[in-house]
Design a protein around this ligand. Structure first.
Ligand SMILES: [Zn+2]
Length: 162
C-alpha cells in the first residue's frame, strides 16, 4: 500500500476554505507499478462505493485488474471524509497544498482531472460557492458583496506520503 497526496496550487480571489466535497467523484489516471501499463482514460473513484476486493477481506472505493499483468489494483479515498475535510485557506501562488489523500495498491497515480464537486466560501460574507473546473477557471459574481469570486491557475501534483 502506498499513500499518495494530491497537491494543488491555485489562486483564490475573495474565497477561502476551498475544499473537495466529502462525496466528490475523483477522476484519476494511473500506472501499474508492476508492469508499467498506463490507463488511457480517466477512471472514476466514488468514495461512497464499497467494493469487495477479490481474494482479500479488504474493501476499496475502486478496484480493477491490470489488463496486462492481471494484478489487482485498488484505490481508497482516505481524505477528505465527512469528519475530516481538507481546506486550502488562502492564495497560494506557487505553493502546493494537500487537498486529498489516496491509499493505492498496485498502482501509482499520475493524472488528475479537476472537474466537479469543490466548494469554497466568500471571504466577504461566508456565502458558499459550488466550484466546477469543467470549463477551466472558476468565476462567479457574489451578489451580496458585489464582488467577483474566482479560482484560477490550478495546477496539481502527486506526492507519496508516509
Ligand atoms: Zn500491470
Amino acid at each position: 500500500m502506498v499513500k499518495f497526496a494530491l497537491l494543488l496550487s491555485l489562486e483564490l480571489q475573495k474565497l477561502t476554505k476551498f475544499c473537495a466535497k466529502s462525496n466528490k467523484i475523483w477522476h484519476l489516471k494511473y500506472t501499474c507499478t508492476h508492469c508499467g501499463e498506463k490507463t488511457k482514460n480517466f477512471v472514476t473513484i466514488n468514495p461512497e462505493d464499497q467494493i469487495k476486493v477479490p481474494k482479500s477481506r479488504g474493501i476499496a472505493n475502486y478496484h480493477s485488474r491490470c489488463k496486462f499483468c492481471k494484478r489487482d489494483l485498488t484505490i481508497i479515498v482516505l481524505e477528505p471524509t465527512e469528519d475530516k475535510p481538507v481546506y486550502i485557506y488562502e492564495e497560494h501562488h506557487e505553493e502546493f497544498t494537500k487537498i486529498a489523500v489516496f491509499e493505492c495498491r498496485g498502482l501509482e497515480l499520475t493524472d488528475f482531472d479537476p472537474k466537479g464537486d469543490f466548494v469554497a466560501i466568500s471571504t466577504e460574507n461566508g456565502n458558499s460557492f459550488d466550484i466546477d473546473f469543467s470549463d477551466g477557471d472558476f468565476c462567479d459574481f457574489d451578489e451580496d458583496s458585489k464582488a467577483l469570486v474566482s479560482v484560477a491557475n490550478l495546477k496539481y501534483k502527486f506526492d507519496t506520503v508516509k
